[in-house]
Write a protein that binds this ligand. Structure first.
Ligand SMILES: *[C@@H]1O[C@H](CO)[C@@H](O)[C@H](O)[C@H]1NC(C)=O
Ligand SMILES: *[C@@H]1O[C@H](CO)[C@@H](O)[C@H](O)[C@H]1NC(C)=O
Length: 207
């Protein structure tokens, strides 16, 4: 029986979303979009990455008022099913979250350097061909409805989260994106509006 690649992907996606498959899908299966489709590349990076570096404006001595960058586990949904919204599981005990309480503005960067893509192609993380993105925006707590999605998105990709200490009062939050900056090719950074970013389909051939 002839099964096209598209069908195979669709079947994989169905199984993945049903939680039937616990494999790491190689990045090649979900190939990176062409570099000129900047918004699609951004959505691809946001979906492939499991964590981000997020900078807040510090409220802590002796660096108050200075940028403070820290690593956070993220998920915008299952692999192949990203919504583009990076969700996080946070506690107010955390140093950067304390900054966000004073100023919710943040900058978040994600890079395919954390996937096999750049390693296999021998792209250095600072090489623009090792696609990376920077979100500008603010971090907001999500409502109860969105928290159900956020929980599935995060816990499916970060199984350890379910065991994080309950007395830390964890809550679900998202990066409320105002602007996306993309480095995926030579010639400098490219800007993608929030609208174009959310309109893009990272895994489809057609827009
Ligand atoms: C929860 O947040 C989502 C996303 O911002 C929004 O679409 C939805 O209307 C909100 N639901 C409620 C009950 O406020
Ligand atoms: C989210 O970001 C948009 C665009 O920058 C902004 O208009 C909106 O007020 C933000 N929402 C919250 C809850 O901060």
């Amino acid at each position: 029986m002839f099964v096209s690649t598209i069908e195979m992907r669709r079947n994989l996606n169905t199984m993945l979303s049903a939680g039937l498959l616990l494999l790491t899908i190689p990045v090649e299966l979900y190939g990176i979009p062409p570099h000129e489709d900047v918004a699609r590349v951004a959505r691809f990076v946001a979906n492939q990455c499991d964590w981000a570096s997020m900078a807040t404006i510090s409220t802590h001595e002796p660096v108050q008022g200075q940028p403070f960058s820290n690593a956070f586990s993220t998920s915008d949904g299952p692999l192949g099913f990203g919504t583009g919204v990076p969700y996080m599981y946070l506690t107010r005990m955390e140093i950067s979250v304390q900054d966000l309480k004073v100023n919710p503005q943040a900058s978040m960067s994600m890079s395919l350097a954390q996937t096999d893509y750049c390693k296999d192609k021998l792209y250095d993380p600072q090489d623009p061909l090792c696609a990376h993105i920077i979100f500008s925006g603010s971090v907001v707590e999500v409502n109860d409805t969105e928290a159900i999605f956020a929980k599935n998105a995060l816990f499916s990709r970060h199984p350890e989260m379910v065991e994080w200490p309950a007395d830390h009062n964890w809550f679900f939050a998202k990066m409320n994106i105002s602007m996306v900056w993309v480095l995926d090719y030579f010639g400098g950074v490219k800007k993608v509006t929030r609208e174009d970013y959310f309109k893009a389909s990272p895994y489809k051939k057609c827009h």
